[in-house]
Write a protein that binds this ligand. Structure first.
Ligand SMILES: *Cc1c(COP(=O)(O)O)cnc(C)c1O
Length: 411
């Protein structure tokens, strides 16, 4: 068949083409002739609480079965005909949804996770929020939720932190942080399987238990032979809720066996992808004697493009090029086992907003433990420590860096 005979709609129906189309969606005038409104942070309405709650101590918050949120949340509604409504900061409280809401049936949900850090200079910062907002835009497109200008979302996150930051993260408690969860859900009350025509964006600010490195390092268990977290052509690269629920069973099982997280392998060769909901790194000596920092690549869209991952790769390429090579490529659990057998494993860590930079001390695979060198008394090893310090210094304002964005606070 001549190429010209290929029906064009088949060519258009690739994931790549659909995403491009979504991302460049024109704001088309609706039937009544009006153009749907874009998300606009300048329209933000402040409806602040009259009775702020007492701020619990960190131990109280962490002991609770429920996540404690700050006094306020930010919401913005969207409909296909009107576009985005004015965003509003209002008292934190329950949402009201119809039982038929799209998100409750078809997982039309995506989210972000970032932290606000109280710096040692007293300032409040977020770390590369532009990256989170761009990623949320990408995730929203993947799950047929409405698009928005990422910079507007960033302004909304900063505005909410400006309100709740001062009281919930006092200036005299440097080194503490709050966790911010921007969320977008399909709210249309229509059971037809279709892209929702109504949606809700909300941002909440929470106390998250300190997920510090477990004493002695994180212990990983490889994924069950007959289970994958993500697959080529799937959506592992998007922060959509549908990626997480199905991973919980394997993680619970690993916990009962004394491990902290699953090291998700992929394909018949057992490619190392991610550790729990963190990116995974190994430092080893190659057979040619060169030290290498290696992590899985982004190009087959199996793994999440972590902001922490990206920052580590950038800093390592900039500051460690004398001592090691930084590589993003597929590598397998067998390569890790071989490196261990030949004494070439140097260190390993998991990286993400939740656990930050967390040393990995063991990987259990098919009945055997691979032990990975740690620093003295269970501390992170040399390279992991350097990286952790560099990124932490930016987050907590020990150094001035464009990645640390200062929040203007309302006193
Ligand atoms: C959120 C997440 C990460 C880490 O991303 P950061 O931007 O560094 O927090 C890694 N993997 C998965 C699956 C995630 O959901």
């Amino acid at each position: 068949m001549a190429p010209s005979a290929i029906p064009t709609q088949d060519v258009d129906l690739t994931a790549a083409n659909i995403q491009v189309k979504e991302a460049t969606q024109p704001t088309k005038p609706s039937s009544n002739g009006t153009t749907p409104a874009p998300l606009d942070a300048s329209k933000l309405i402040y409806n602040l609480t009259k009775d702020p709650r007492p701020v619990p101590g960190e131990e109280v918050a962490n002991a609770s079965d429920q996540t404690i949120c700050t006094d306020h949340m930010l919401t913005a509604t969207w409909s296909a005909s009107e576009g985005w409504g004015a965003p509003e900061i209002k008292p934190y409280g329950p949402l009201s949804l119809m039982p038929t809401a799209s998100v409750l049936h078809y997982a039309t949900e995506c989210f972000e996770g970032l932290k606000a850090y109280r710096g040692y200079d007293g300032k409040l910062r977020v770390f590369r929020p532009d990256c989170n907002c761009a990623r949320m835009h990408m995730s929203a497109g993947r799950i047929s939720l409405p698009l928005f200008e990422p910079a507007e979302l960033e302004k909304l996150i900063i505005a909410l932190l400006g309100v709740d930051g001062p009281r919930w993260l006092p200036k005299n408690e440097p080194g503490r942080y709050l966790y911010i969860r921007p969320t977008l859900i399909g709210t249309q009350s229509q059971l037809g399987v279709q892209a929702p025509r109504e949606a809700l964006l909300y941002i909440i600010v929470t106390y998250m238990p300190r997920l510090d490195s477990p004493p002695g390092g994180m212990r990983l268990h490889t994924s069950p032979e007959d289970m994958v977290r993500a697959w080529v052509g799937g959506f592992g690269y998007a922060k959509v809720g549908a990626n997480y629920g199905p991973s919980l069973a394997a993680t619970s099982e690993a916990r009962t066996r004394g491990y902290h997280q699953i090291l998700w392998l992929y394909g018949k060769d057992g490619e190392c992808t991610e550790a729990g909901a963190s990116n995974f790194f190994v430092v080893w000596k190659r057979r040619d004697g060169k030290t290498e920092l290696i992590t899985a690549p982004l190009d087959d869209k199996l793994i999440l493009d972590g902001v922490t991952r990206r920052s580590i790769l950038e800093l390592a390429r900039e500051r460690l090029s004398d001592e090691l090579e930084v590589t993003e490529r597929k590598y397998t659990i067998d390569e890790v086992i071989e490196a261990d057998a030949e004494g070439r494993l140097v260190e390993s860590f998991a990286a993400g907003t939740a656990y930050f930079v967390c040393p990995v001390s063991a990987i259990h695979h098919r009945g055997k433990d691979i032990n990975i060198p740690m620093g003295p008394e269970g501390t992170p090893n040399v390279i992991t420590s350097k990286i952790k310090t560099w990124v932490g210094d930016i987050m907590y304002g020990n150094v001035d860096h464009p990645w640390g964005v200062v929040i203007p606070e309302r006193e």
